[in-house]
Design a protein around this ligand. Structure first.
Ligand code: MSP
Length: 674
């Protein structure tokens, strides 16, 4: 419930962004999500400190600046201004914007590093691994694919580099406990991922300095070394509160530990393994919660993929309004899961929820208030339709608070829109226009009062999500935006002075808007496309792999995600074009001079055909005979090593592992896989 008397602190952080200059809608997600929570907590009476900022060091920035013919600092300065504008555009109410180039942050990171070194938790050693020169990336043996660079597929060389290491392994048991015995990390699926893939796989010490570039925080006592970007970046959560390696600032010390670190799923490992270990080494209290959301994926309509700007938040916000964008984002993803952006879902949601449900309710009700009572409405005579409605109004705050305190804005919005939907139905069944005709003024007044109350409670609870619109809604009821939640029970306001307002959200012609967005996309599409190899090499270079000896998880930046984001969806019709059939392997032999290929003779119903498959490293010809496999039956035939291959058999692969996909129970060859 509301913290009315004593202000409890709530320290919330979202990731600090790479100033890459390509802000897309996905980038806005964490920060808007954080903003909704920050606003809600403030409304509940908490003393909220909401931190965001920029993560400005590293090789990638250094390289981009050089390409742009400028210094890294000048390069990031421009981009930081842009991201600040974006947060302003989206009404993000952060308390502090930290930059990792801030002088006090840099000095504090140096002190933190020195402190860990003095304590013996950081030591100097040699990094040994495999090095991919074009990608400038180090890999461990187990990360290689077929002995080659997992990013670009090229040969790697043995390499050694002097580096400082953090004794991450030493903290493994405490981190395991933290993850498995507390509610530190959510959703739960992420716990298993961290424990199984990283901790139980063996936590190796972490390389925490680099010598191959200079744009970063120099190790104070060994200036040829630059502090690993993730140590630099994660430290922002404490340096923002004035932590200098010893103490916090007197006025902000109270905010540590963080109550919530919010982020997308690919950077959970840094926040739940490396970050707690650093804090343990610094003898600082640990953050209370880490919540990882999914990714907003882009694809599935013609506006996606490499056309970038249609999902440029500046473009969408300018055209449809900041609240449309905030609302879309906050409803886009169920807790922990991914969501998919398409222009159509975006526009449809604005029309259905904001224009139809919310907009119509406010407009219709406002109009009737003015028409029937000159805008002044008080209590009247209760009716049989009221009980359910007033109960729903009464319950809403509790329901929304429960969801928001569980960090589920999507669910909270669902609850609010349930009430909005119910209020629209209430209008339909009470039929105020009939009451006005029959002269039942008392009943009519009560109906409008109930509706005003529904709009007030919903509008107040919408403030954290769509602040500008919620302000307009409350204004239409003659109310100010409350700083706190106030009285959100039915009957909380006794008298309304309502005025009509313009439509909150204009109705969009989805077809036409899709065309407009397509035009914008065309106008802003990148002119040249890099070759696949160039792109892969670029991505790999950005991958600060040296930072971790043992993991092949996406270690930094959003590059892995962009691959995901640009995923092209197919329709069911596209899928139906693929004919999948069960096939029985009648015969199998090795293909001469091809150590990876097997030639299979398959029975597919009545038909027999030959397929060449690259599975020789995983299955012997003997093992294959008699197996039932899944065949892509209508794949264009292709000649491989002089053999015409008529189809492809399906396998599942994971790292070096490859297994056949087979029917789960006996079924005739030729059976359709659907
Ligand atoms: N600099 C690091 C964070 C360091 S925190 C100590 C970083 N920056 S980022 O710019 O790549 O990403 C910022 C945030 O945006 C991250 O939480 C990232 O996961 C999130 N997202 C980027 N693209 C996204 C989507 N498509 N969908 C949802 N979130 C996305 O990571």
């Amino acid at each position: 419930m509301a913290k009315q008397d004593k202000k409890e602190k709530f320290y919330l952080t979202t990731p600090i962004y790479y100033p890459s200059g390509k802000w897309h809608l996905g980038h806005c997600y964490t920060t808007v999500y954080g903003d909704a929570i920050a606003r809600f907590k403030r409304m509940e009476g908490y003393d909220v400190y909401y931190l965001t900022g920029t993560d400005e060091h590293g090789q990638k920035i250094e390289k981009r600046a050089t390409e742009a013919g400028t210094t890294p600092k000048a390069f990031v300065d421009g981009l930081v201004e842009e991201i600040k504008k974006l947060w302003q555009e989206l009404d993000v109410s952060y308390t502090k914007f930290i930059r990792t180039t801030d002088k006090d942050h840099v000095a504090a990171v140096q002190k933190i590093f020195k402190r860990l070194y003095d304590k013996g938790d950081i030591y100097k050693s040699k990094y040994k691994g495999k090095y991919c020169t074009p990608c400038e990336a180090f890999w461990t043996e187990s990360q290689l694919h077929d002995g080659k660079c997992p990013d670009c597929g090229r040969e790697v060389q043995d390499a050694e580099e002097e580096s400082y290491f953090f004794r991450l392994g030493k903290y493994a048991p405490r981190i395991r406990k933290l993850l498995t015995e507390t509610d530190f990390l959510r959703p739960e699926s992420r716990i298993n991922e961290m424990v199984n893939n990283f901790i139980d796989a063996g936590l190796e010490d972490l390389a925490v300095s680099r010598t191959s570039f200079t744009w970063g925080v120099p190790v104070e006592f060994d200036p040829g070394h630059i502090v690993y970007v993730w140590i630099d970046a994660l430290s922002n959560y404490i340096t923002a509160l004035g932590y200098d390696g010893e103490n916090f600032s007197a006025d902000t010390a109270k905010y540590w530990p963080a109550d919530l670190h919010l982020m997308a799923k690919e950077i959970v490992r840094f926040h739940t393994i490396i970050w707690p270990a650093i804090l343990m080494a610094l003898d600082l209290p640990l953050p209370k919660h880490v919540v990882a959301h999914g990714w907003l994926l882009f694809g599935g309509d013609k506006m996606s993929k490499s056309k970038g700007n249609v999902v440029d938040p500046f473009v969408l916000s300018a055209r449809y309004g900041k609240d449309a964008l905030r609302y879309y984002l906050l409803r886009a993803m169920p807790f922990g899961a991914d969501g998919a952006y398409t222009g159509e879902t975006f526009l449809t949601r604005i029309n259905a929820d904001l224009c139809n449900d919310l907009g119509n309710l406010v407009r219709r009700t406002g109009k009737m208030n003015v028409q029937y009572f000159g805008g002044t409405v008080t209590r009247g005579k209760a009716g049989k339709e009221d009980g359910a409605m007033t109960a729903q109004i009464d319950a809403l705050y509790g329901e929304v608070a429960a969801e928001m305190n569980d960090y589920k804005p999507q669910r909270a919005l669902e609850k609010i829109f349930d009430l909005i939907g119910a209020a629209n139905k209430y209008i339909d069944c009470t039929q105020p226009w009939v009451l006005s005709k029959t002269g039942d003024t008392e009943r009519l007044r009560e109906v409008l009062y109930v509706l005003d109350e529904a709009i007030r409670v919903a509008g107040t609870l919408l403030l954290p999500f769509i602040p500008e619109t919620a302000g307009k809604i409350l204004g239409s009821l003659g109310l100010q935006c409350p700083e706190r939640n106030g009285n959100l029970r039915f009957g909380g306001v006794k008298e309304y002075h309502v005025r009509e307002i313009d439509a909150l959200f204009p109705r969009l012609n989805v077809e036409k808007e899709l065309e407009e967005l397509e035009k914008l996309a065309q106008a802003n599409a990148p002119k040249e496309k890099k070759s696949e190899n160039e792109t892969k090499a670029d991505k790999a270079k950005e991958n600060k792999t040296l930072g971790n000896k043992q993991s092949n998880a996406p270690c930094c930046e959003d590059k892995n995600m962009e691959t995901e984001n640009e995923r092209e969806y197919i329709t069911i019709d596209d899928f139906c074009k693929v004919q999948l059939r069960v096939a029985e392997v009648l015969a199998c032999e090795k293909v001469e001079k091809a150590d990876k290929l097997l030639k299979l003779t398959l029975k597919v119903g009545e038909e027999t055909r030959t397929v060449v498959s690259g599975i020789a490293k995983h299955y012997t010809p003997e093992e294959m005979v008699g197996k039932r496999v899944v065949l892509v039956a209508n794949l264009k035939p292709r000649v491989m090593r002089g053999i015409e291959s008529c189809g492809m058999i399906l396998c599942a692969s994971q790292g070096d592992k490859l297994v056949l996909v087979t029917p789960e129970a006996a079924i005739d060859s030729g059976a359709e896989v659907c």
